[in-house]
Design a protein around this ligand. Structure first.
Ligand code: FE2
Ligand code: FE2
Length: 270
């Protein structure tokens, strides 16, 4: 199975770069399933119904999120009925939406996508390891699903790396999001799970993690917030991770993908 995981999309520049390149990437990488983290898609903060439909129309199969999932209150009116949109699994019981879902791919195989959120330097939530463990036990790789992908949305690379090893051999891939910068540690862990600490963002990289530079710099320099953060509006780089799985559902390949904007382009050869 060929899976593409696209990192946090920051506002319109991020949406535009995905719209510009997704069709050719699908073709070139022979993609069976595409996941995108949409927590910053609505002007940097949250996700609306219209934007999620925009992504589905482009060919996105599943939208994961993170700590910004409910920044647009509108999501509370549709996430209950939209099983292609996930929020982190370790929110308190009774939170609208779901943190995992089983999908059928274009090749008629099944893929379980799980969205979890870290707790180091982030809001206090339920245990993400227990939440992911329960999903992996309920739907084991090769029995309940042909592939399993986990989006570990976290600030600390230590917590993400721990999640990678915690799932090693039980998931096809554990990919990190939230940091908005792609890491150079793509690898297949000893028991066959593909791992990268952060997918990076789809954003203008002449920015502070996707936002116009001035306000974030002023906040660091003066410790006062000079105003709202808004997405930087220059050409964005699409940052993603390509994963290929074998007959057992484990990873045979993981490659970073970068297209457009300021970062050096890389597209794997298939
Ligand atoms: Fe984000
Ligand atoms: Fe985040």
């Amino acid at each position: 199975m060929h899976i593409l995981f696209i990192g946090d999309v920051i506002g319109k520049p991020g949406r535009d770069v995905v719209a510009e390149h997704l069709a050719s990437l699908k073709d070139r990488l022979k993609l069976d399933f595409v996941i995108l983290n949409g927590e910053n898609a609505a002007h940097g903060f949250g996700l609306t119904r219209a934007i999620s439909h925009e992504f589905f129309a482009m060919g996105i199969d599943c939208i994961s999120t993170g700590n910004h999932w409910a920044d647009q209150k509108e999501i509370l009116s549709f996430i209950g009925d939209e099983d292609r949109v996930l929020r982190p699994i370790n929110y308190p019981k009774g939170t609208p939406g779901r943190g995992a879902n089983l999908f059928q791919t274009r090749g008629d195989e099944s893929i379980l996508v799980v969205n979890a959120m870290g707790r180091v330097f982030m809001d206090a939530l339920d245990d993400p390891f227990a939440g992911v463990d329960a999903e992996l036990n309920a739907c084991p790789l090769g029995e309940g699903a042909d592939a399993i992908l986990i989006d570990m949305h976290a600030e600390a690379t230590s917590e993400k790396m721990a999640m990678g090893h915690f799932c090693d051999g039980r998931a096809s891939a554990v990919v990190g999001t939230h940091q908005h910068v792609p890491t150079a540690d793509a690898q297949i862990l000893p028991n066959g799970t593909a791992y990268q600490s952060d997918a990076g963002a789809c954003a203008d990289y002449d920015s502070v993690i996707g936002m116009e530079k001035f306000n974030p710099i002023q906040r660091f320099v003066t410790k006062l917030s000079p105003g709202r953060f808004t997405p930087a509006t220059g050409p964005a780089t699409l940052c993603a991770i390509f994963i290929e799985t074998n007959a057992r559902g484990l990873a045979s390949r993981i490659e970073p993908v970068r297209v457009g904007g300021r970062l050096k382009e890389t597209i794997p050869e298939i």
